[in-house]
Every structure is written in structure tokens, then in C-alpha cells.
Design a protein around this ligand. Structure first.
Ligand code: PLP
Length: 409
């Protein structure tokens, strides 16, 4: 008899976005004539930019020739993309990394979920709260998170980020082995300054802890004192693994490409105190479980670094950020308590009169026909908030704001 991994059974039945989709579907079935606008799910709406499309067309044609055909590629990514990453994402910011510290992947979700395989099941983990649910759920699946009670996992150390601390996570007094950080943050839309992030790197170095740093939204950073990479902080290459994604940067949510940085200096210990380089382990893991991102997709990713590609990608990001600014402006004028939206495409809205996240989600859906995401789905400190995204078109965002103005007014 095969025995199931019972840790999976501890997971709440549905993934947050599936729950949201189900409720929206019920509403649409009951109200087929109503055009619902979603400011909820974090998918992008703007098409791939011309530079990416052109590079991918060329790559397809290349693959159609005998000389240009490629089969399995290197699991860690083609050199052309790794070199472009090194040059544009790091060297341009004064960060020196080696190509074999970059692992190209099929998006940040896989690696932020998989990275925990490198460390023992009994490490203590900590997350800022609210947070992207993948970090916790992937730890639940192997039994590291314990059991859930009142929306909290018994073995997870939560670092609350609320209006009381301006959504800036406070350094824990106790030591933890692993810390997940995501900045700019999904869902609060808040970014950390260099000085604030430095405190975390120092904490990790002092406590011999690891930081898993998710930089999926770094392209949205507007402020100069906000780091685009944790490696802008001295010492981070000894304690941090970083995740990047082309999803929100260049509209690759449907194409799938990102990369993970595992510096040579990052180590974890065996029970005997031997230090093991995580770069080697991740290399080994990827060679076994991952067969690379498609050549065509990697050519598309490479094109985001060409002069035209950079400009086109920037234009789309500016487009979304214009939505974010406008949303924040309108909502603030309506007297709504709203945060984020400055260095990230997310706005974090306090529900009026202490309404619960799910209740307010339903009220907004039925009252304004606008979809948000209930904050509690991102963790206990998200209760009493909802998340709005800036990823819709200007036109749809404008209509949604108009509806919200009437509804709230
Ligand atoms: N990390 C964060 C914080 C995200 O919000 C998301 C997607 O919403 C991802 C990672 C996943 O990105 P990808 O599309 O690259 O898998």
C-alpha cells in the first residue's frame, strides 16, 4: 500500500485565487449582464512588447533549420541570457556575480516553492505577514510548517506588517533559520529602503540564517533608495538567495521565465558543522528535476535587455504605475486608507468600519462589480485589508474607479 504524504492534507482546500474565481463565477452566473472588472488577480494585461516578439519569431525560424535547431538546452540557462542578466541586472548596479550563480527557470513561483528542498525539514522559518502564499504552502507540503489553527501555522514565525509599523517588518528578537522576504512586497505594495534591508542582512549574518529574497517586482521600483537586488547590500552574498521573474517585468506570465541567484558564498551547515555550498546543491537539484526553459522563451527574455526592449518594457511598467498612482489618488480623495502603489503595482486598502476581508470583497463585488483580493488570504495580518492591482488597462481601471467612487460615495 502506498502511503500518502499527509502534510498535503493539512493544506486548506483551495488556493486563494481559486476561491476568488469561484465567487466571481457565481456572481457572473447570477448576473450575466453585468460586466465585472477585476482589480484582483495579479496577472498582467498588456501584450508582449515588439522586441520580445521579434526575438521569439527569429528563434522559431532558427529552430526550423538544421543548423539552428536546439534540443535540450543547459538546465541552468543559455549563456546568452545569463550574460545579459549579469550585465544588465547586476553589473549595472555594481554587483559582480558569476554566470554559474544564475539559474534560469520557468518563473519565480517554481523556485520560491522548491528552494526549501535544500534545507532540513526541521529548520525554523519566518515570513513577513501578509505574504505571497507559496512560501508557506511549499513548507507545509514537506511538514516544516506544523499544523494550522486560526489561520496560523504552528511552526511558522510570523512578522506582522500592519499600518501600526507602516508595513515595515521588525527584526525578530529570537533567532530563526530561514527568512522569506519579498520586496517590493506582494501584497502590501511596500518597498524596503537600503537601510531597512541592511538590517535584515546583518540579522542573517549575525544569526547564521538564510534569506530567501523574492525580487519579482523590482522593475517597479521608482525610488532611488530602494534596492533592486539584495546583493546591493554588503554581506548579502553570504546569506541570501534571490529570485527574479520576467512575468511582471515584461509580461511573461504566460511565457514563463525567471531566474534564481545562488551565490557561491551561501552555505548551510550539516549537523556535524560542515558548511555546504548551496550553489552546488541547487545545481544538482536542477540537473535532476528541471530540463531548462525553452530556447525561444530565453531569446525573448534576452530581448528585454536590448536598447529597444528596455525602453518598451519600461513603457509598459510606466503604464501600470500610472494606474497605480491614479488609483491611489482617487481612493485617497475618497477618504479610503490605502497604502503601497509607489514602488509596486499593488495597493493595500484598509476595509472601512472593520469589515472582514472576505465580507468587503463580496460587498465590493456585489455593490461596485469590481473584484479585489481579500487580504486575509495572504496571512493573518491581512485581515481587514483587500489588495487592488494596477495591471488592468487604463480604460478598465478608470471605469472601476468610477464605480468605486459612486459606491463608496
Ligand atoms: N513571487 C511573487 C511575490 C509573486 O507575486 C509572483 C506572482 O504573482 C511570483 C513570485 C510568481 O512569478 P512567476 O510568474 O515568475 O512564477
Amino acid at each position: 500500500m502506498a502511503l500518502v504524504n499527509e502534510h498535503f492534507l493539512k493544506l486548506p482546500n483551495n488556493y486563494l485565487f481559486a476561491d476568488v474565481a469561484k465567487k466571481v463565477k457565481i456572481f457572473r452566473t447570477m448576473n450575466p449582464r453585468v460586466n465585472v472588472i477585476t482589480l484582483g488577480i495579479g496577472d498582467v494585461t498588456q501584450p508582449l512588447c515588439p522586441a520580445v516578439r521579434q526575438a521569439m519569431h527569429l528563434a522559431v525560424d532558427e529552430m526550423g533549420t538544421e543548423e539552428g535547431f536546439r534540443g535540450y538546452g543547459p538546465e541552468q540557462g543559455y549563456d546568452f541570457l545569463r550574460d545579459a542578466i549579469l550585465k544588465h541586472d547586476f553589473l549595472a548596479r555594481g554587483i559582480h556575480l558569476d554566470a554559474d550563480e544564475i539559474f534560469v527557470n520557468d518563473g519565480a513561483k517554481s523556485d520560491t516553492g522548491n528552494i526549501q528542498e535544500l534545507v532540513r525539514w526541521d529548520n525554523s522559518i519566518s515570513v513577513t505577514d501578509p505574504i505571497y502564499p507559496v512560501y508557506i504552502d511549499s513548507n507545509v507540503m514537506i511538514g516544516r510548517a506544523g499544523t494550522i489553527e486560526d489561520g496560523r501555522w504552528s511552526n511558522v514565525f510570523y512578522i506582522p506588517c500592519t499600518a501600526d509599523n507602516n508595513f515595515i517588518p521588525q527584526i525578530p528578537k529570537q533567532r530563526v533559520d530561514i527568512i522569506y522576504l519579498c520586496y517590493p512586497n506582494n501584497p502590501t505594495g511596500i518597498a524596503l529602503t537600503k537601510q531597512q534591508l541592511r538590517q535584515w542582512v546583518n540579522y542573517a549574518l549575525h544569526n547564521d540564517a538564510l534569506i530567501f529574497f523574492d525580487a519579482a517586482y523590482e522593475a517597479y521600483i521608482q525610488d532611488d533608495d530602494v534596492p533592486h537586488s539584495i546583493y546591493e547590500i554588503k554581506g548579502a552574498r553570504k546569506c541570501a538567495i534571490e529570485f527574479h521573474s520576467y512575468s511582471k517585468t515584461a509580461g511573461f506570465t504566460g511565457l514563463r521565465c525567471g531566474y534564481t541567484v545562488v551565490p557561491h558564498e551561501v552555505t548551510a551547515s550539516t549537523l556535524n558543522g560542515e558548511r555546504i555550498h548551496l550553489n552546488q546543491l541547487w545545481y544538482r537539484r536542477q540537473c535532476t528535476k528541471f530540463n531548462g526553459t525553452s530556447y525561444i522563451t530565453q531569446r525573448g527574455a534576452e530581448a528585454t535587455y536590448s536598447p529597444e526592449g528596455k525602453q518598451q518594457v519600461r513603457e509598459t511598467i510606466n503604464y501600470y504605475m500610472e494606474n497605480a498612482r491614479h488609483m491611489k489618488d482617487v481612493l485617497t480623495k475618497l477618504g479610503v486608507e490605502v497604502y503601497g502603489g509607489q514602488n509596486a503595482p499593488y495597493l493595500w486598502m484598509k476595509t472601512p468600519n472593520g469589515a472582514s476581508s472576505w465580507r468587503y470583497f463580496e460587498e465590493m463585488l456585489y455593490g461596485a462589480h469590481v473584484v479585489c483580493t481579500p487580504g486575509v488570504g495572504f496571512g493573518p495580518s491581512g485581515e481587514g485589508y483587500v489588495r487592488l492591482t494596477a495591471f488592468n488597462s487604463h480604460e478598465q481601471t478608470e471605469i472601476a474607479l468610477d464605480r468605486l467612487s459612486k459606491w463608496l460615495g
